[in-house]
Design a protein around this ligand. Structure first.
Ligand code: NAP
Length: 261
């Protein structure tokens, strides 16, 4: 049995994680940490509920979790990981907006054998979309990314868009024209430039998490698109990471490392 502690337990993703872990074989929720929601119940989908607590240190001391799953906020995740990793708890992180450099420093402080697994996107289709984009970039180097998320997302561009841009940049041959060199009549019209790739962020109510990677070539375009229309789309990836993280150590970035793609 894998004992799981969730930080950000009362949030949109945290609530889904509690339901998914409760429903899965071989794992269980032992603590729900969410300081702004301390004392509030999170329903587990079976008619049961777990009350949120405020203090991560005491939750770890009281429940000795095997794995911490963090879906919080860029301003909260670092402190949570510092506490959990120092206590030797393996971590599975979906929170976006934290740099690779910071993650590396956090895991360096952890006892030998502790793992920090971080994925900018736990949806299996999104991992495939990134992999296909990386492959396409070898043949069609001109690419732009349009990522679309719900209007309460706090960071932009999305972690998935940043990762996709990095993969495209490392896979493609150098292109001579850089995007955004034309006159922009409205500032930002050509989006942000990430690793030489234009990235456009759309934030609207009604969206969950969506991304298009558009490649342009002579007389043709290729569009690779992924849509998460429901947050349950992330749960198979999160459960896979919970099951595997105990066999890993150090910093592991991306679900592709567990999928063999
Ligand atoms: P959310 O609904 O705002 O949930 C975050 C929760 O964390 C909220 O309940 C928040 O409380 C709470 N919180 C704030 N500070 C905390 C702390 N120090 N310790 C524990 N909990 C704390 O956000 P969400 O939509 O679930 O998204 C959470 C993160 O996951 C974001 O970074 C998002 O980009 C990312 N995400 C990743 C994936 C992926 O596949 N990797 C997929 C979807 C989302 P308040 O509401 O009171 O602030």
């Amino acid at each position: 049995m894998i004992d799981v502690l969730v930080t950000g337990a009362a949030g949109r993703m945290g609530t889904e994680v509690i339901r998914a872990v409760t429903d899965a074989d071989g794992m269980r929720i032992v603590a729900a940490v969410d300081p702004p929601h301390a004392g509030e119940p999170v329903f587990d989908g079976t008619g049961g509920a777990i009350a949120c607590v405020a203090d991560l240190d005491s939750a770890i001391a009281d429940t000795s979790p095997d794995v911490l799953v963090d879906f919080t906020d860029p301003s909260a995740v670092e402190a949570n990981l510092l506490i959990a990793l120092r206590a030797g708890v393996d971590c599975v992180v979906g929170t976006t907006g934290i740099s690779e450099d910071t993650l590396g420093k956090l895991v360096a402080d952890a006892p030998e054998g502790t793992a920090l697994f971080v994925a900018p996107n736990f949806a299996i289709g999104a991992v495939l979309m990134m992999r296909f984009a990386e492959q396409a970039a070898r043949f069609m180097p001109h690419a732009e990314i349009v990522e679309m998320h719900h209007d309460r997302k706090v960071d932009s561009p999305s972690g998935t868009a940043l990762r996709t841009a990095g993969l495209i940049a490392s896979a493609r041959h150098r292109i001579t024209e850089s995007p955004g060199r034309e006159t922009q009549l409205a500032r930002g019209a050509r989006g942000a430039t990430v690793d030489g790739v234009s990235v456009h962020s759309v934030r609207l109510p009604g969206l969950v998490a969506h991304q298009e990677v558009i490649f342009g070539g002579q007389g043709q375009t290729l569009t690779i698109r992924h849509d998460s229309s429901d947050r349950t789309s992330f749960m198979p990836g999160v459960l896979l990471a919970i099951r595997e993280v105990g066999h890993l150590s150090g910093l592991i970035l991306g679900l592709e490392n567990l999928m063999g793609v």
